[in-house]
Each structure stands twice: as C-alpha cells, then as structure tokens.
Write a protein that binds this ligand. Structure first.
Ligand code: ARG
Length: 459
C-alpha cells in the first residue's frame, strides 16, 4: 500500500513508479529524515496531539530503524517511494498503527526540505574542514619558498620574476573566499521549514522554534509557501562548489604546466602521478587534469538545478525532486577531489634551480623602465625606450645586460653606469614589498596575515 493510495482504484503503473521513485538516491538522507521525525514526534507530543507514551513508542521505533540502517540491515521494499515513505512503512511494521500518527500536520513537502537542509549543513561542515586543510598545506609549502624565485606570467607569457611562495599563496585567498561563501550560505541553509505543512502551514500548535533548535537550525522560516519550495540554499551550494571547482581547475592547470618537463618547476610525488600504458617515460598529472575537468561537471550541476527552478509555479512541485542528485553529485565530486589535491600540495616538490634557470633578463624590462622613471622620465616614454632596447637585444641575440652603456645612451642619455644594478632578479623582487607584493618580506607578512585570517574564520 502506498501512503497516498486511498484516492485511486488502480495501482500505479510500473513505468511511472520507476520514474517517480526517488528512493534510489534520497535514502542518503536517512539519518536526517529520522532525526527530523524524532524531533517532530516530540513536538506533536508537546502540542498534545499524541501522548508521551505514543511519542516514546514512535521514537524507539525510529531509533531501531536508524540502527538497522547504520548496520546495513535496512531492507527496502518495492513500495518504498522515497526515504520518507520507507521510514514510515518500516515504523508501521515495527510499532503498528501508532506510526500513522507521526505524519499529523506534516507533509513530505516540509519534511524533504528539512532533511535536505540538514544534509547540506553536514556537507558544508565537512567540505570546510577539507578546505582548511588545503589552505594549511598551501601556507606550509609557501613558507619554505619565500626566497625561491620563478617567472610570473600574464597571458601565459613570461612577465616578471616572482617568489614561488607568492604563487602558492594566491590560491590560499581563492580558497578563503570559497570558505566564506560556504559559511555565508550555511546561514541561509540553517533555517527550519519543518511545520510548514504541505504549503499553507500546520493547523496544529507545534512549537516550530523548539523544533528548529532541537534539529540544530539557527532560525525558523517565516513563510510556509516559500519554505516548502525554497531551494536557494542548494543552488548557492552548487554555485559555491562551482567556483571552488573553478579555482581548483586553475590550480590544476598551473600544476600541470609547471610539472611539464619543459618547465620542470615542480615535481608531483610518485603517489600522485600516473604513467602511460604505452609510453614508458610518461609521468602524467592526471589528478590535476581531473581537478580541471571536474569543474565542468560542477558547473553543469549548478546549471541543472537553476534550470529546474526557473519558472516553477508557487510552492512544491515534483520538479523539485531533481534537486538532490545535482547536489549529491557535486558534493561527492568535491569530497573525492579535495583529499587528493591536499595531498598533492603537501607532497609537492619545488625545483628552485629549474625556476631560476627559466628567468630570462627580459623579465627585468619593467624594472629597466622603472630605472628611467626614477631618473625623471615619464613612464610611457620609458616603456617606449626599453621597448627599443628589447628590440636591439632580439636582433643582436644578446642579453639586456650585455648591451653597452653607449648603446643604451643612444636610446636615452638618462642611462648611467648604475644601470647594471637593474639586472638583478632578487633586487627586482624585493622592491615589490608594498602589501600584497611578491617581495620575500611582503610574502612573509602575507603569510602572517593568512594565519590571522584562519584564526578569525573559525566559526
Ligand atoms: N521525494 C519527494 C522529493 O524529493 C518528496 C516530496 C514529495 N512530495 C509530494 N507532494 N509528492 O521532492
């Protein structure tokens, strides 16, 4: 017997049942569903709708179901449409007709919204722990490379020398903003819809505030119509995970490039590299390619849910059942990805000699222009003069520092003997010591600020 069979003379068509059932995926909310029902039984007992004895019978039954589920002994039956009906069916088997009182004033509409929010809150907490570990790993590696120089790129063309720590720390802040978004989204997720009924609210005097607190929610929804259909929290999580995935894809791309032998800046630990079945020399950064590739999947899930929500008429519609698989898939994707990314960063070997060897003097062209600026030339003019010097260098196949003073003075008489001081990568980097710059001294301050940030972030 289904939970809503009374109205129908014929059983549901088997194909429709296969389409309609969500038990295949929403059983993942079993713990949340049971927690919600335990609290709800207490609330309706407090409201005098059932007796304390009945509440106790229901709660004991629910606890047994949770035990069965945890032990892997819970047996689903063909009529179990979703997690809510499966629990109620089993509860009826265990305690008889009293089970039928649990659903008084409650609808699967407020029930599923409650379960799903609780599930998302758990997921946010779990992902946040991983992200903290990733940030810590980034700081730890960065800290040992504040003096290591490497080329910095714009347009993927060599641009200016930077410190390797500065490169690593750039990802710390991206992940930091992802964590802020998660924490912010948590606040909007932590709002209890329980007690909204099917759409119009419950006619029984259940203490919604007590219920919310009992379940760990921070607030109670104020509009039952909104509460049963609000999936903003799910969309927000999917967006946050999409942006996180985007950040991880960018980290992945840098790691892929820099571990390419033609760069050779970093080496992935053997445990996190993969080989080729054909080419024995290959050492691939597959996990980082997956980090890059999974972003597509995460963004797809966001698009999938937003498209489902768009244009839905007021309150609950069955379309909303599509919300869960998108969220489960994105959370599973991130849950699988993060431990590997964290381990890769923790075990990453930087090769300072290779980074150093890749520093060409053309990366000091800006510094050469700045030299002229310090002598009084407007920057635009200096840019042009140094551009001419770079052209000479390219024609004569020499380095910038090998141009004679006489040749430079042909371009500008502001060049003097002290120009030779410009051709020093360390000096170039250490001049950039304003807050947020790449100088070792500024990066050490940045790392201290990052540690401070971590202290303040813990909520
Ligand atoms: N399995 C449903 C879902 O995930 C539960 C809510 C069903 N509500 C209803 N009125 N049919 O959305």
């Amino acid at each position: 017997m289904t939970l809503w069979g009374g109205r129908f003379a014929e059983p549901t068509d088997a194909d429709l049942k296969a389409l309609n059932d969500s038990i295949g995926f929403d059983q993942r909310m079993m713990a949340q569903d049971i927690a919600g029902s335990v609290a709800y039984a207490q609330a309706i007992a407090k409201a005098g709708i059932i007796s304390q004895d009945e509440a106790q019978t229901i709660i004991t039954g629910l606890q047994q179901i949770l035990d069965e589920w945890s032990a892997g002994d819970f047996a689903f039956l063909p009529q179990d449409e979703d997690v809510h009906t499966a629990v109620e069916r089993r509860l009826t088997e265990l305690i008889g007709a009293t089970a039928g009182k649990l659903h008084t004033g409650r609808s699967r509409n407020d029930q599923v919204a409650t379960d799903f929010r609780l599930w998302v809150m758990d997921a946010i907490d779990r992902i946040d722990v991983h992200l903290l570990q990733l940030q810590t790993a980034l700081i730890d590696v960065a800290e040992t490379h504040t003096e290591t120089l490497m080329p910095g790129y714009t347009h993927l063309q060599p641009a200016q020398p930077i410190t390797a720590a500065h490169w690593l720390m750039s990802f710390f802040w991206m992940i930091g903003r992802d964590r802020q978004r998660l924490a912010d989204g948590y606040q909007r997720t932590s709002v209890s819809p329980l007690g909204s009924g099917a759409l119009a609210g419950t006619p029984f005097v259940v203490d919604r505030v007590w219920l919310a607190r009992e379940l760990g929610f921070g607030a109670v929804s104020q509009n039952s119509l909104d509460a049963v259909s609000d999936r903003d929290f799910a969309a927000e999580l999917l967006f946050t995970l999409s942006l996180l995935g985007t950040h991880l894809s960018r980290l992945g791309e840098d790691v892929i490039l820099y571990s390419n032998p033609q760069f050779g800046y970093i080496t992935l630990n053997d445990r996190y590299s993969t080989g080729s079945s054909l080419m024995p020399q290959k050492r691939n950064a597959d996990p980082m390619e997956l980090a890059r590739g999974k972003a597509g999947r995460l963004i797809g899930n966001l698009t999938r849910l937003l498209t489902t929500l768009k244009g839905l008429p007021s309150t609950y519609n069955k379309d909303l059942q599509e919300d869960k698989e998108a969220v489960f898939d994105s959370v599973d994707t991130i849950d699988r990805l993060l431990p590997v990314v964290i381990a890769i960063i923790r075990t990453l070997r930087l090769n300072p000699e290779r980074m150093r060897a890749a520093l060409g003097e053309d990366l000091l062209a800006t510094d050469l222009a700045d030299y002229l600026v310090r002598k009084g030339m407007p920057f635009r003019h200096a840019h042009h003069v140094v551009g001419q010097a770079v052209r000479l260098v390219a024609e004569d196949q020499v380095k910038l520092s090998e141009l004679s003073l006489a040749a430079l003075r042909q371009l500008s008489n502001l060049f003097e003997a002290d120009v030779s001081n410009v051709f020093d990568f360390e000096a170039s980097v250490s001049r950039r010591r304003a807050i947020g710059g790449t100088a070792p001294e500024a990066v050490r301050d940045q790392i201290a600020a990052a540690r401070q940030w971590l202290q303040e972030q813990t909520r």
